[in-house]
Design a protein. Structure first.
Length: 113
């Protein structure tokens, strides 16, 4: 069984499902996705990215945007196969928990479910 991800790790990995992103882009995606409820400080973001790199869940991408749209200081990240598997398993576990909460009437099921 893969390790349980921290909330920050879960957010970072989920934001990378849309494709390669640089750190600031990941941070902005998280702010947008959480409607401003989660605003990671740069230090916390990059510590989390470093841990995810060390764990092999993400990797630095060698691909770069065209020079006129690039900043050479930026590092772009993408999910690894292991990262996709780990994220998928974590999301399946979370979905199961939400279903329990819906059955126990703690959370109202979304329409169409």
């Amino acid at each position: 069984m893969p390790p349980t991800l921290r909330q920050t790790d879960l957010l970072i990995l989920t934001m990378l499902t849309g494709g390669e992103r640089h750190g600031y882009g990941i941070r902005q995606d998280i702010v947008e996705h959480t409607e401003g409820r989660v605003r990671l400080e740069a230090g916390n973001l990059y510590r989390s990215i470093g841990r995810l790199l060390d764990e092999g869940l993400i990797e630095e991408s060698p691909r770069r945007p065209p020079a006129e749209r690039d900043d050479e200081r930026r590092r772009y990240y993408r999910l690894t196969a292991s990262g996709k598997r780990t994220l998928g398993e974590e999301l399946r576990q979370l979905r199961a928990l939400v279903r329990v909460a819906e059955r126990n009437r703690l959370v109202v099921p979304e329409r169409g479910q």
